[in-house]
Design a binder for this molecule. Structure first.
Ligand code: SAM
Length: 299
């Protein structure tokens, strides 16, 4: 069940998309003083080494955040707002030019949340849950952050609605089990019933598998039936076809070609804020001529 470790993928193109969108949503929600609760149903370990064994082996950050940092340093054209904000936040975890540490969603959120906001973190992998607890303990955040070693799909709706009636829920499973797609849609459906005005953000992979294609459609249906606005942003960095093996290689691992973020009840400013940043991501993180982005919204 637990072969997925986010440490292999930290800072890849999917994290660039997910965390740029997350920061843009949080920035907007935190313009209001009223307390915000953020629930992260699949939190991961919280912090990752980009110069450690896991990231080194996969090389995914090299084609994600590290490529973006290099491109930004080499260009006279500044990054668009949302992407610049993301790069600045990642840099806050690093001293000097080299990026060695990458913040996962719990630390991205903690960096932005205020004293009176709350963060509920779910992580089921025994090692990652322990690492997450250790990383969070160093923040000395007291009751502001709760780490729960529980099923994020199981009990995370219990925090909805929070007393302040303002919440952002990030659902970012590994989808290593096919059932994660159906469980994500069921979770969002249940959460919307309990708390229709919450903001729901779901990351999903775009891969040739029917459940993956279905998920954004199911989320759109849920939003439409609830009469709520939605936004769907996707980033493709390469074709989803398996690359041909080069002489001497037995096979070529395709890697993740594309992913998306689906938001229910997005900030009304989000589409305009994201568009130039998505265009730059598609340009800088392209791995072949199929690189592109999409941005739709409705409701
Ligand atoms: N949200 C993190 C970030 O952006 O930095 C990355 C999360 S990673 C894609 C998914 C995590 O969910 C993994 O660490 C995995 O161990 C954990 N996980 C898998 N099934 C879970 C479940 N049912 N409840 C909570 N966590 C789960």
């Amino acid at each position: 069940m637990f072969s997925y470790r986010h440490a292999f993928h930290a800072g890849n193109h999917a994290d660039v998309l997910k965390h740029t969108v997350l920061i843009a949503v949080l920035d907007y929600l935190l313009e209001k003083d009223t307390a915000l609760t953020m629930v992260d149903t699949h939190a991961g370990a919280g912090l990752y080494r980009l110069d450690g064994d896991y990231a080194g082996k996969s090389g995914e950050a090299a084609e994600g955040v590290l490529r973006l940092a290099e491109a930004a340093a080499a260009s006279d054209t500044p990054l668009p707002d949302a992407l610049a904000r993301y790069m600045t936040l990642v840099r806050e975890f690093n001293r000097g030019e080299a990026l060695r540490v990458y913040p996962g969603s719990p630390f991205v959120a903690h960096q932005l949340l205020r004293e009176h906001d709350r963060l509920k973190l779910y992580e089921l992998h025994p090692t990652d849950a322990k690492t997450l607890s250790g990383n969070v303990a160093q923040l000395d955040a007291g009751r502001r952050i709760a780490v729960l070693r529980e099923d994020g799909f199981g009990s995370a709706t219990k925090f909805l609605p929070p007393p302040s009636r303002r919440a952002l829920v990030l659902t970012d499973p590994s989808y290593e089990m096919k059932t994660d797609y159906g469980r994500t849609a069921a979770y969002v459906g249940e959460a919307l019933k309990r708390f229709a005005t919450g903001v729901y953000a779901v990351w999903y992979p775009i891969i040739p598998r029917p459940e993956a294609h279905e998920l954004p459609r199911r989320l759109k249906t849920l939003a439409t039936k609830a009469g709520k606005p939605w936004l769907n942003a996707s980033l493709t960095v390469k074709s989803s076809r398996m690359a041909a093996a080069l002489p001497g290689e037995t096979s070529r691992r395709p890697g993740l070609p594309a992913s998306g973020m689906f938001i229910i009840n997005p900030p009304h400013t989000l589409a305009a804020r994201l568009r130039p940043s998505l265009a730059r991501m598609a340009q800088v993180l392209a791995q072949d001529a199929n690189a592109a982005f999409t941005l739709e919204h409705g409701g």
